[in-house]
Design a protein around this ligand. Structure first.
Ligand SMILES: C[S@@+](CC[C@H](N)C(=O)[O-])C[C@H]1O[C@@H](n2cnc3c(N)ncnc32)[C@H](O)[C@@H]1O
Length: 197
């Protein structure tokens, strides 16, 4: 089965064409971004081409760093946001610029990773977030595996209970969840301690 990183690189131009015109998620990300102090350092994991999500983060006055596995999407991203430091790397292997952040956002990625990879990524996020740091990511409420009808990619969801429990183990509390106009579910969390395992 094709992995998500290779899929998005192969489909990069088509994906850009669709996503550049989509406003899905903008309102939720805008509210989250505006709740953070001006200049907050945030890393965007799986930034894609940067429209519309990175644009919202930048317009909200956040200091953005970004990573993605797709060289083609990142090339476009860098033309659009030349001042944003970027890294072409997997979320699981990135060194996250060798620093910590006060906020992390990841839209449209976590459920594309296998269950063990999701746990590893949530752990990594807890390592790179400062205490009281904020984390927003999309993943379903339901539990299970499925094949995405549009992309054909395999997807996995731990489900709301397991995401909440896992986040608690990693030192987070879930503040709230949101649903956008495309029926995507968002977990909004805050780091209140360190991982307990
Ligand atoms: C559904 S798109 C979402 C892009 C962007 N966040 C948005 O909302 O428009 C998924 C993105 O994840 C990237 N990606 C896939 N696997 C990845 C991985 N292991 N690490 C980092 N990025 C990855 C793809 O290149 C693609 O840009």
């Amino acid at each position: 089965m094709l992995d998500a990183g290779r899929f998005y690189e192969m489909q990069a131009l088509q994906y850009l064409d669709d996503r550049d015109r989509s406003r899905v998620g903008v309102e939720i990300v805008e509210r989250w971004a505006r709740s953070l102090p001006f200049g907050t350092p945030v890393v965007e994991i799986a930034c894609g081409g940067g429209y519309p999500i990175t644009q919202v983060l930048v317009d909200s006055g956040l200091a953005v760093w970004a990573i993605d596995t797709s060289p083609t999407l990142l090339r476009q991203f860098r033309l659009r946001f030349p001042m944003v430091p970027t890294q072409c790397a997997s979320a699981l292997e990135s060194n996250y610029f060798g620093r910590t952040f006060e906020a992390v956002i990841s839209i449209g990625l976590i459920f594309l990773l296998r269950e063990d990879e999701q746990l590893a990524l949530l752990h990594r996020v807890s390592e790179i977030l400062e205490p009281r740091g904020r984390f927003l990511f999309t993943a379903p409420v339901e539990t299970g595996a499925w094949q995405d009808v549009t992309t054909g990619l395999a997807c996995w969801s731990l489900g709301r209970n397991a995401y909440t429990r896992t986040l608690q183990h990693m030192g987070f509390r879930v503040i709230r969840t949101h649903i956008d106009e495309g029926e995507n579910n968002y977990y909004e969390a805050e780091k209140i301690g360190g991982p307990v395992w």
